[in-house]
Design a protein around this ligand. Structure first.
Ligand SMILES: Cc1ncc(COP(=O)(O)O)c(C=O)c1O
Length: 351
């Protein structure tokens, strides 16, 4: 079933954040909505998250639900980045470009941008930045964490080997490896791999597990693999920053339904397939160029402003990509269907 019911939403490629919640998730919230339970995550539904996520990832872990991806990123990084520390991330990283400085705000630490093609960090560049950071010693912030996004902001996906190579460099220099998995499901769907192979098995220590962009209402999770030292007082940080929900059980109910149903992978596959369809169609257009390989549910294209204007006027919703002039971002979600993509392609051809 597609979750669109008004013409206004018929060609909405604005963001997967704009899509509605999957009915099965809404049902889980409704099912959770009975009786009184302990607050602030002391309830049985929240306790059930750990075994459920341990099964999904095939390892021992700690998990704490939060209601936004920004909170997951900023709070987990704040636990491992001291005020004099730094997190290294890609130029395009969401934590650097679209989170209002949240990771820096929490501790006063700094983000250091590193380059790499297609939104993916380059291990050689990472090594060079780390070497220069060590040379300047206490005159610059000490590198404390590496943050990768999977899938990336460019709609590309790191392979398990690519993550391992970056994590190896980071660990050699004493950094903690964080993964922004706002679109982890899309990456797993693309790679046809296990969630383990692109997280802890590849050297990821902390994961911001996303689900809101793939069908839940507002449920993300901070996950700690391996040593949980940094995780011990995460609840204090959540409470201090107003992110410890008294009714955490409703977040937990969403996450349990999301992973236990197994539907998360199917939903991500559907969105990815529509992105591929869109990309293949747009690639044939003589005035349109794909800016990056399309491997998840995000399609970034360069196209003339006049063509973008024509598409907007024809009812399509999508945004310019702030990182690069002339580039536009189309996102497939659970409210996209094949008909909408075909209509968009037809309009583009006529433009
Ligand atoms: C890659 C990535 N990380 C993190 C986030 C932050 O999620 P939220 O908007 O829930 O704070 C987003 C949101 O669009 C994102 O695209």
């Amino acid at each position: 079933m597609k979750l669109t019911d008004s013409p206004r939403e018929m060609m909405d490629f604005g963001s997967d954040n704009e899509a509605p919640v999957r009915p099965v998730i809404m049902s889980a919230i409704v099912a959770e909505n009975c009786g009184t339970v302990l607050s602030y995550g002391e309830d049985a539904t929240t306790a059930a998250l750990r075994p459920a996520f341990e099964e999904l990832f095939g390892t021992d872990l700690e998990v704490m639900p939060v209601s936004t991806g920004t909170a997951a990123n900023a709070i987990s990084l704040s636990q491992v980045m001291p005020p004099h520390g730094a997190t290294l991330c890609h130029h395009y990283a969401h934590i650097r470009t679209h989170e209002c400085g949240a990771p820096e705000f929490f501790t006063g630490g700094k983000l250091i941008a590193v380059g790499g093609d297609n939104g993916k960090l380059d291990p050689a560049e990472l090594r060079a930045v780390l070497k220069s950071n060590e040379k300047t010693r206490y005159h610059s912030n000490r590198a404390s964490a590496l943050s990768l996004s999977q899938a990336t902001e460019c709609g590309t996906v790191y392979t398990p080997d690519e993550i391992s190579a970056l994590a190896k460099v980071a660990h050699e220099h004493g950094l903690v490896v964080h993964l922004d998995g706002a679109r982890l499901a899309n990456a797993v769907a693309h790679l046809r791999c296990s969630p383990a192979s692109i997280t802890w098995q590849a050297g990821v220590d902390i994961l911001s597990f996303g689900s809101s962009k793939n069908g839940t209402l507002n449920a993300e999770a901070i996950i700690s693999f391996g040593s949980h030292r940094w995780f011990d007082d995460v609840k204090y940080r959540l409470k201090q920053t107003g992110h410890l929900l008294s009714k955490t059980r409703y977040l937990s109910a969403q996450l349990l339904a999301y992973i236990n149903s197994g539907l998360w992978l199917e939903w991500a596959r559907e969105a990815n397939a529509l992105a591929t369809l869109m990309a293949e169609g747009l690639e044939k257009h003589e005035d349109i160029r794909l800016a990056f390989p399309v491997q998840a549910n995000v399609v970034l294209v360069e196209m003339p402003q006049a063509l973008a204007d024509h598409l907007h006027k024809s009812g399509a919703r999508f945004y310019p990509w702030a990182e690069s002039p002339g580039c536009f971002r189309l996102v497939m979600s659970n409210s996209t269907d094949e008909k909408q993509v075909q209509t968009f392609l037809r309009l583009a051809r006529a433009g």
